[in-house]
Design a protein around this ligand. Structure first.
Ligand SMILES: *[C@@H]1O[C@H](CO)[C@@H](O)[C@H](O)[C@H]1NC(C)=O
Ligand SMILES: *[C@@H]1O[C@H](CO)[C@@H](O)[C@H](O)[C@H]1NC(C)=O
Ligand SMILES: *[C@@H]1O[C@H](CO)[C@@H](O)[C@H](O)[C@H]1NC(C)=O
Ligand SMILES: [Zn+2]
Length: 292
């Protein structure tokens, strides 16, 4: 290998190592939610998604599900839209109280309002719209994942566990990252061949173990197209019961924590995927889509 080549390799490797780590369901979590969702789309919704996805996605929604995370630095306004911030130990979600950008204090800016926002934009599909609906699709697909991650609706006081340092087995980690990525990674490492094998296992449970519940997950009250307030409420309840429970600054989280928590993560990934599909099906099955 010539000297120039070595320099090039070192440069590329350093660049990759310097990439900031993302703070949302890791890429795997988002990809899993989107894979589950895309497989459940109606013919109409599948066609609309195919049309809206950028060519580079090759009609694979999961390949673009972390796009919104890559924007957080470029578009600081979008940063607050990945979370809702509940008061310490409240363990419930209230729109008027908790949907706020903590950095600016501006109300109505959180993952709950973002899902409603991008749902409404997508309803303009097939009309002349000022919105970039490709972006609307990628945002809603990402945020439907985030809102199902319990600590994305955790306490504002510790930034959803970002300020709580724990050990994941031997490795130092934030509690937030444990729920974004570590539990999923450890599961795949221990129980599955790869991410697709894991998705298969979740899909089997959607059609068997959880079959009786799936309709409830899909339904919103009245004629709502998505009902993010419900998803956020469930998340903060799980955050209190499972994520914060038994995990404080300096805790060592190992098998005892992992084995009792991974079923919650699996359920949330399944619900995220089922509900993303249900929302997209409702959006694109409206009269607007029929006009295309
Ligand atoms: C709604 O979407 C627009 C376009 O992406 C964005 O500028 C605005 O900040 C969003 N608001 C919320 C609450 O998501
Ligand atoms: C819409 O957004 C996508 C993703 O950011 C971008 O690639 C595309 O060029 C945008 N389309 C228009 C018409 O601006
Ligand atoms: C599927 O359901 C079974 C029975 O409840 C459970 O043991 C298993 O962990 C579940 N797997 C996934 C991936 O959810
Ligand atoms: Zn996110």
């Amino acid at each position: 290998m010539g000297c120039y080549r070595v320099v090039q390799v070192v440069a590329i490797v350093s660049f990759v190592l310097l990439l900031p780590n993302t703070h949302a369901w890791g890429d795997d979590g988002h990809a899993i939610v989107c894979k589950i969702a895309q497989a459940r789309l109606s013919t109409q919704a599948a066609a609309a998604v195919k049309k809206l996805l950028p060519k580079s996605a090759n009609n694979d929604l999961s390949s673009k599900c972390s796009w919104a995370d890559s924007l957080r630095v470029v578009f600081p306004w979008s940063s607050a839209l990945h979370f809702a911030n509940t008061p310490k130990d409240a363990c419930n979600y209230k729109n008027s109280r908790d949907c706020v950008d903590l950095k600016t204090g501006i109300k109505g800016r959180c993952v709950v309002s973002a899902i409603t926002n991008y749902t409404n934009q997508l309803l303009e599909y097939g009309t002349k719209t000022k919105y970039n609906l490709t972006q609307s699709l990628l945002f809603i697909s990402h945020f439907m994942g985030d809102i199902h991650q319990p600590l994305h609706c955790g306490f504002g006081s510790d930034r959803g566990g970002n300020d709580i340092s724990v050990h994941w087995y031997r490795r130092k980690q934030t509690l937030h990252h444990v729920w974004d990525a570590s539990i999923i990674e450890t599961e795949i490492e221990r129980f599955y061949d790869d991410i697709d094998d894991f998705v298969d296992a979740i899909q089997k449970n959607i059609t068997k173990a959880w079959a009786d519940e799936v309709e409830d997950w899909e339904n919103c009250r009245k004629d709502d197209i998505s009902c993010p307030t419900i998803y956020a409420s469930e998340s903060v309840e799980d955050a209190c019961a499972w994520a914060y429970e038994g995990a404080s600054e300096g805790s060592v989280l190992d098998d005892e924590y992992f084995l009792s928590r991974f079923p919650i993560v699996n359920l949330r990934l399944a619900q995220g995927g089922v509900r993303l599909a249900a929302a997209l099906n409702r959006i694109f099955n409206t009269k607007y889509a029929a006009e295309m």
